[in-house]
Design a protein. Structure first.
Length: 279
C-alpha cells in the first residue's frame, strides 16, 4: 500500500515537472515578445535584461501601425483566406473518391498525394519561380496563393482521406438508395458529419499560409503584395535589429491565429482525433 502511494506520488511529480517544462518552453518566447514590445529602446538594450518593463510604452505599436505593416497584414489575410478556401474545396473533392469509392489506381493516388506533401518547399521554390515568372505572376497575390497550394492541398487531402474513412459507408449507401448521386451525398451527408475535419484542414491551410516566409520573400517584393512575414525582415538591417517595432509587429501578427485557435479549439481536437483513427 505504501509502495503504491509512493509510486503515485512519483508519477504525479514527474507529470507535473514535464507539464511545467513544456509550458515554460512554449510560453517563455511569447512572454518575452510581449514584454519587449512594451519596453522603451533604452530598456530593451539594457543589461542585465528586465523581465518586467520598468516603464510601459505603446510607442512600438504606434510605430508599427504608422508604417506599411498594416498593409502587409491585410495582404497576409487575403492570401491566407484564398489558400484556405481553395485547399478545403480541392482537398474535399480529391479525398472523397479516394476514401469512399473503388477505382483502379486509388492506392497509387493516395501515395502520390503523401509524396507531394513530403517534398521540401526549398526544393520547389526555384521551379515554381520559373513557372510563375513565365505566367507573369511574380509579385502578385495570385502567384503566392498558387505557390502555397503546392503544400497545403496535398496535406489537406491526406488528412481528409483519413477523416472520411471514419464515416460509415452505410450512410452513402442509404443516400444513394434514396436517389442521391455522389455529389449530393458528399454535400448533404458526408460534409455535415465531417465539420471537425474540415475545421482542422482550414486551420492548417490558414496557419501555413499565414506563417510561410521563404516563398513570400522570393515571390513578392512590393508593399501592395508583400506579406507580414516578409515585411518583418525589413526591420532587420544588416546586423541592426529594430527590436521594439519588430516585437510589436510580431504580437499584432500573432493575434489573428490565437483568436482563431481559441474559437475553433473544440473542432481541432475532434478533427485530429477522428482523422488519426484510420489512415
Amino acid at each position: 500500500m505504501i509502495e503504491s502511494s509512493r509510486s503515485k506520488t512519483i508519477r504525479r511529480t514527474v507529470t507535473f515537472f514535464g507539464v511545467a517544462v513544456a509550458l515554460f518552453w512554449s510560453l517563455a518566447p511569447i512572454y518575452w515578445i510581449i514584454v519587449t514590445s512594451l519596453k522603451t529602446s533604452r530598456e530593451i538594450y539594457a543589461l542585465p535584461p528586465t523581465f518586467i518593463p520598468k516603464v510601459f510604452t505603446l510607442a512600438n505599436y504606434r510605430a508599427a501601425m504608422d508604417s506599411e505593416f498594416p498593409q502587409y497584414v491585410l495582404n497576409s489575410i487575403q492570401v491566407a483566406v484564398g489558400v484556405t478556401l481553395i485547399s478545403a474545396i480541392v482537398g474535399t473533392l480529391a479525398a472523397y473518391p479516394i476514401a469512399r469509392m473503388e477505382f483502379r489506381g486509388r492506392a497509387l493516388a493516395a501515395r502520390a498525394i503523401v509524396t507531394a506533401y513530403l517534398l521540401p518547399p526549398s526544393l520547389l521554390f526555384i521551379p515554381l519561380f520559373i513557372v510563375l515568372q513565365r505566367l507573369g505572376l511574380i509579385d502578385s497575390k495570385v502567384g503566392l496563393v498558387l505557390a502555397y497550394l503546392t503544400f497545403t492541398v496535398p496535406f489537406c487531402t491526406w488528412l481528409l482521406i483519413g477523416y472520411f474513412r471514419t464515416i460509415p459507408m452505410e450512410l452513402d449507401e442509404a443516400a444513394q438508395i434514396d436517389g442521391a448521386n455522389r455529389f449530393q451525398t458528399l454535400l448533404r451527408v458526408v460534409l455535415p458529419i465531417a465539420t471537425p475535419g474540415l475545421a482542422v484542414v482550414a486551420l492548417f491551410a490558414f496557419t501555413h499560409a499565414w506563417n510561410e516566409f521563404l516563398y513570400a520573400l522570393v515571390f513578392v517584393y512590393s508593399a501592395d503584395t508583400k506579406t507580414f512575414t516578409a515585411g518583418l525582415s525589413g526591420l532587420i538591417m544588416g546586423d541592426t535589429f529594430i527590436w521594439g517595432q519588430l516585437m510589436a509587429s510580431s504580437v499584432i501578427a500573432i493575434l489573428p491565429i490565437f483568436i482563431i485557435y481559441v474559437v475553433a479549439q473544440r473542432y481541432i481536437v475532434e478533427g485530429l482525433s477522428a482523422g488519426s483513427v484510420k489512415g
